[in-house]
Write a protein that binds this ligand. Structure first.
Ligand code: FES
Ligand code: FES
Length: 159
């Protein structure tokens, strides 16, 4: 496999990673860029733990070769760590949406992609948006409540 340099935008900042062109984006984020918030679950595009947003769309990063990310814009869960925290973070804490929390980075990014394109999602739309994200602790109900709360907060703030 060829070695390559790939430049892409991560959380608003241009970054370049070097190495094999087939390295998954997840590994580049965690190991090359030190962004450890995105989780490795199944490594097979089946659990959603590694979900990030690429050009506005929620994607799994464990099966996405870095060569496919060149020139794209990627958002990871670290982008929600703002001051004050993104409404999704505040709502997840308020609703105690996580038990072990392993699934949450991926779920929060799937939820952010939803709220970025639909400011007033219904419960069915939230459930559909999370279809690819597993939570083994079974906190789905609290997660959905948190996303509803975040949507309400963002609507009140006119975001
Ligand atoms: S680790 Fe990527 S979908 Fe499971
Ligand atoms: S809170 Fe444990 S997997 Fe979701």
């Amino acid at each position: 496999m060829t070695e390559t340099n790939v430049t892409f935008c991560v959380n608003g900042e241009d970054r370049t990673v070097s190495g094999r062109s087939d390295i998954p984006l997840l590994y580049a984020l965690r190991e090359e860029l030190g962004l450890k918030g995105t989780r490795f679950g199944c490594g097979d595009a089946a659990c959603g733990a590694c979900t990030v947003i690429m050009d506005g769309r929620a994607v799994t990063s464990c099966d996405l070769p870095i060569s496919a990310v060149a020139g794209k814009s990627v958002e990871t869960v670290e982008s929600l760590d703002t001051d004050p925290p993104h409404p999704l973070i505040a709502a997840a804490i308020a609703q105690q949406a996580g038990q072990c929390g392993y699934c949450l980075p991926g779920i929060l990014m799937a939820a952010k992609a939803l709220l970025d394109r639909n400011k007033h999602p219904g419960r069915a739309e939230i459930i559909a948006a999370l279809d690819g994200n597993l939570c083994r602790c079974g906190t789905h109900t609290r997660i959905i409540r948190a996303i509803e709360q975040a949507a309400g907060t963002m609507a009140e703030a006119g975001e």
